[in-house]
Each structure stands twice: as structure tokens, then as C-alpha cells.
Design a protein around this ligand. Structure first.
Ligand code: ZN
Length: 281
């Protein structure tokens, strides 16, 4: 599912191909896909910018005349895709909305088979509030904020990394990869991660995200960028999705366990289990 690197790849694609263009029409094929009033809020406006915080994408629509600025908030959820198509391209199954650009010869289509994604129109104030409820972006957070937020928390570090109110942008893939790179066992209570390991984890999170963005993200099943291309980071994964295969660092077998209801992949010899077993998951 799309995490920070995939959403950033989509954002960069939108910036290249859609920024500054005028929305001529919006067709909502599945009622309720776009929360708010898409036709009256979107039609006729120009796309002023694309921002991202964590996995949330914000399309800013310019204010014109008596119409104030508005935002379209996009969350791709598990299987959401935004793809730029010529108008005559056949509609894929599960296409829920089409945003026509300029003279209508190209359109941005939103497709989401599992429907965990969300498109919502909001005022700049509502956008601000929503962004405020998210933790700092995993690429923007400073080292002291990152290590400080870990504090004395009892929960497993894996769950901490996935909590979007604490840190926004990581999902299962990059959390597992960062923990492996920093040699931290995913069940270690966040508050028990040593000072040195916190610093290593901070660096690992940034490294893995930057390297994944450079390769346009990871495609496991559904993810593609706005031009329909898959990400190329899959072959670089060290542990995620590799349970039962040899660790690329030590040759021991990569394991999969469930933490906080999510599968976690790790190498039991590169990532030592914490000594004390009395911790909550
Ligand atoms: Zn290993």
C-alpha cells in the first residue's frame, strides 16, 4: 500500500504534469467518492500546488474572484491510484472519479478497488487542523524530536513507527526496513531503545525513505505512479516480504511475526530480541 515514498512519487508526478492546469470538469462515477461538493468547488479552478505530509497529499486549488482558496485532500489508502490518461483511454474497473484538465483531452482518474482511500474537499483552515493532527513528517522530523517522541513509551517500537499521530509517513514496508537497517528488534519497547539505537533508527528511517523515493517507491501489488509505472524499490527490500529467505547480511532466515496486528519481518540474529520479556505489544 502506498507509504511516504509512493505518495511523494505521485506528488512529484502531479507537480510535473498537472500543476498550473485548469480543472474543466469532474465526473464522480461512484457517489460519495469525493466528500464535499466537487462540481461547485473544483470546476473552473487552477491547481496551485501539491503538498504532502506523511501519506496525505493536498492539491491546492487557487482562489479566484469571490471564490476563496480550497484544497482537495487525497489519501490513497490501500489500493488508491491517481493516473493521468487521455480522455479516450478505456476506463479501468473501480474508477470512481475523473478530473478533466484544460480542454478535456487529458483527465486525472481516481481508481480504488478496495475503497480505503479518501478524497475530501476542505477549506484551508480545515486542512490546517487535519495536518496538525498528524505527527511530523518522517523526512522532516529532526533527530531530537524523533528520539524525544520515543520517550518512555511501553509499546513495541514497530507500533510506534506506524502510529501516524506520532510520526507520519511510515507503513509496514518501510518500518520493517528501517528497523532492520538500524538492527532494532521490532518488539523492543519504544522507551527501551538505547540512545545509540534511536540515532541509528532515525538515520535508517531517512535513508530508506530517500532511497525508495529515488527508485519511485515499491510496487507489491497495486501501486503505480500517475503515468502508470510501478516503483523499482522492491528488489532492494532486505526483510519485508522475505520471510523464510536468507538474510542478505548474515544468511540467517528472515522471520515473520505479528505485532500490533500487523506482520513484521526481521532477522533474529541481526535484530536481537530485547532481554526482558515483560513488555506490552
Ligand atoms: Zn541477518
Amino acid at each position: 500500500m502506498p507509504e511516504l515514498p509512493e505518495v511523494e512519487t505521485v506528488r512529484q508526478g502531479l507537480e510535473r504534469r498537472v500543476l498550473g492546469r485548469r480543472i474543466s470538469a469532474i465526473r464522480v462515477l461512484r457517489p460519495g467518492t469525493v466528500r464535499g461538493q466537487p462540481a461547485s468547488w473544483m470546476e473552473g479552478r487552477r491547481v496551485a500546488s501539491f503538498h504532502r505530509k506523511g501519506k496525505t497529499l493536498i492539491m491546492e486549488l487557487s482562489g479566484e474572484g469571490s471564490r476563496p482558496r480550497a484544497d482537495l485532500i487525497v489519501r490513497l489508502g490501500m489500493t488508491g491510484r491517481l493516473v493521468l490518461n487521455p480522455r479516450e483511454a478505456p476506463l479501468l474497473p473501480h474508477t470512481h472519479a475523473c478530473i478533466s484538465l484544460d480542454d478535456g483531452r487529458e483527465e486525472l482518474r481516481y481508481c480504488d478497488p478496495r475503497r480505503f482511500g479518501m478524497l475530501r474537499l476542505s477549506t484551508p483552515q480545515e486542512t490546517e487542523q487535519m495536518l496538525h493532527s498528524l505527527g511530523p513528517d518522517a523526512l522532516e522530523v529532526t533527530e531530537s524530536e524523533f528520539t524525544g517522541r520515543m520517550g518512555k513509551r511501553h509499546g513495541a517500537i514497530k507500533g510506534w513507527l506506524l502510529n501516524q499521530q506520532v510520526l507520519s509517513g511510515l507503513g509496514n514496508i518501510y518500518a520493517d526496513e528501517a528497523l532492520f537497517a538500524a538492527r532494532v528488534h521490532p518488539q523492543t519497547p519504544a522507551g527501551k531503545v538505547s540512545k545509540a539505537a534511536r540515532r541509528a533508527l532515525y538515520r535508517a528511517v531517512r535513508n530508506v525513505l530517500r532511497r525508495a523515493i529515488a527508485l519511485q517507491g515499491t510496487t507489491f501489488r497495486d501501486y503505480i505512479d500517475i503515468e502508470g509505472r510501478p516503483g523499482k524499490f522492491m528488489s532492494r527490500l532486505q526483510v519485508y516480504g522475505r520471510a523464510g529467505q536468507p538474510c542478505r547480511r548474515c544468511n540467517n532466515t528472515v522471520q515473520r511475526i505479528v505485532i500490533c496486528g500487523r506482520s513484521s519481518h526481521f532477522c533474529p540474529s541481526c535484530q536481537r530480541r530485547p532481554r526482558k520479556t515483560a513488555f506490552s505489544l
